[in-house]
Write a protein that binds this ligand. Sequence first.
Ligand code: ZN
Length: 465
Amino acid sequence: MAYATYYLDFPLQNNWIQLRNANDNLIRHTFAFTPAASIRHDYDWAAGDASNVWYHASRIHDFYRGAPFNYTGMDYQMRARVGLGADVNAAADGTNIYFGSQNGRPWARSSDVVYHEYTHNTIYRIYGGWIGNPNEPYTEASAMDEGLSDYFACTINNDPILGEDVGVSRNLDNNTFTWTDWQGAHWNGQVIGGAVWDFRELVGSYVADNLAFKALQIVPRARTFSDYLYNMMIADNGTYNGAYRSQLRTVFAAHGITTNEPPLPPSFGVSISGPETLPSGSVGEYTAVVYGGSGNFTYNWYVYEPNGREQYVGSGNPISIYAPYTNSSLTIQIEARVTDNSNNETSSGWLLVLVYGEGGPLSIKELILKEEINPEIPIGFSLFQNYPNPFNSNTVIYFTLPEAGMVSLSVFDPLGREVATLLNEQRPAGIHKVYFDAGTLPSGVYFYRLKSSGKMAIRKMLLVR
Ligand SMILES: [Zn+2]
């Protein structure tokens, strides 16, 4: 068996490679860096195989260095070394890639091997060490390392199947794998790799690669599947203004991966338009109200007429907004300033803006003001005053939850009798809205009570027929 102890060094900014012997002496260089005819790696390090390794290392290096990543952490000489061990395909140690002999069994494609091991080293350098303990294969941390190394190998190859030549093929495409205790890191890696691959199929490789790679760089580093999903949402916040939140939630849930959701990115304006909600052929009177969840707030309201002219409305809360036109769209804008108790400007906190016109809610927007990269969920347990109140037959109740849980929301009459059950179900963390139709209930005072996760709040409302 030709099993030479050569080193293959990648000076990654140049189009040449060095091949060194075991004494570190340069024995040849200037391989062509286009792939050789065979794409199979061969353990005898024939020139064509070394060329393949060089080609694929260059390719993945360019991948991480190029848009959108701009990642320069791989600008060092990553050494590929033959001779790891008899029964091993390949491995990585954070700085080098190693190739074993496979004991004469077939090799995986050299592209799969190089991309996978190279990504191990990339993650190692981002994390400043391994995600988890490499000697503990039955952890999510180890499975993350394998599954994401698979994902990047597969996305560069545009092929969701990896390693088929070594008899342990891993397939990220349309798998429905969920975490399985007794399976090792490579198998369970398909759980998270499959989730990211499903995401790629929904949104395209550019967005998926971008978010998958950025998520690795967010502090605190993810070491579980759910933390990684969380960091992908943070990356989505920062890159795409949270546009892919629901797709992320969906594809990861299909693999049994869920997480608390970070707040959506800052937005200091809300635009509300919709001629269908304006009273036809007449002027309109609208009421806007802001519910503030944390921090101290100041507001300025503006209305934009269809010709674009800006009209300052005021800074009250609630505030009446008079719409002096009969059709077309109305844009209502709020500028919000959030301060802490010392009146210092802060970007943390959140607002809930409701605009009511004749006939019920016109539009509802959440304004969440929050630093992008901060894992804390700023929303607390709150039950808000129903709006409108007093009400004639219909009203809306808002509440917020800091964590997911069973929620019960009920309405009681003054004698304590439950007259309506509005909710009795599981709800995620975040802002929630429930409509209440009083039906045939008589006029009078009612109470509504929210319970979740051991907390309770009660408020009063007035029904006027
Ligand atoms: Zn691996």
